[in-house]
Design a binder for this molecule. Structure first.
Ligand code: SF4
Ligand code: FES
Length: 235
């Protein structure tokens, strides 16, 4: 099939603003969106810049806007994006500074992630082997542990677009993951971070995060549980 691939390009050494460029590509319906970018980089314009690593939906590094929606380029097929003769567009994730072409500066995203203390904190003495959890205890946090930190959710959220300081769904999902972890003892400290003017209460349950999450995580559901925990905890 013949496709027009439109890519938002930006080279900080040459361009004052991003602009669109179009490429004609012959593709197979079963190609991934990432294959189109590889084709252009390897055969048309080697300066095209994008992030990717695993190419299997694991590392989260190739989240970008494809046909206007935040997706992993390695996890969507051409046949679901365009018909023969159609157009597929690529742009960087919105609401973040662009470093070059499809690569955004993730510093702010990871600052927010670190703010919720995304590691296990406990005063219990170290056990001889691992810290155990029952299947029931793990079920409470299991879905949240599947997050690959791609940022598709946070950059799909209107609250992020409106307020760069908003913690965003990815960081707060991580807070949920530890607040509800049966082995952790710092739930209150994390709740203080998310129960703030830049935190939970700027989540207006718009569900863009759920729609954009490539791992199918029901982010809004877990943030709602975190809200309930915040209003029922005294600290
Ligand atoms: Fe990506 Fe989903 Fe994690 Fe958000 S919750 S960072 S969309 S994997
Ligand atoms: Fe790793 Fe797409 S390249 S998730």
């Amino acid at each position: 099939m013949q496709l027009t691939v439109k890519i938002q390009r930006f080279d900080p050494e040459k361009d004052s603003a991003p602009h669109w460029e179009s490429y004609q590509v012959e593709a197979d319906p079963m190609d991934r969106a990432l294959d189109l970018l590889h084709y252009i980089k390897w055969h048309v314009d080697g300066s095209l810049t994008f992030r990717k690593s695993c190419a299997h939906g694991i590392c989260g590094s190739d989240a970008m806007q494809i046909n206007g929606e935040n997706k992993l380029a390695c996890s969507v097929l051409v046949q679901g994006l365009a018909k023969d003769g159609g157009t597929i567009s690529f742009a960087p994730l919105p609401a973040a500074p662009v470093i070059k072409d499809l690569v955004i500066d993730q510093e702010r995203f990871f600052d927010k992630y670190r703010a919720v203390m995304p590691w296990l904190i406990t005063d219990d003495p170290a056990p001889e082997k691992e810290r155990l959890q029952s299947p029931e205890q793990h079920a409470v946090i299991e879905e949240a542990t599947k997050c690959i930190l791609c940022g598709a959710c946070t950059h799909a959220c209107p609250s992020t677009w409106a307020d760069p300081d908003y913690l965003g769904p990815a960081a707060m999902l991580k807070a949920y993951r530890y607040v509800f972890d049966s082995r952790d003892s710092e739930a209150e400290e994390r709740l203080k971070v998310v129960d703030s003017k830049d935190g939970l209460w700027k989540c207006y349950t718009i569900f863009n995060c759920v729609q954009s999450c490539p791992k199918g995580i029901d982010v809004t559901r877990w943030l709602s549980a975190l809200k309930r925990k915040a209003v029922t905890t005294r600290y």
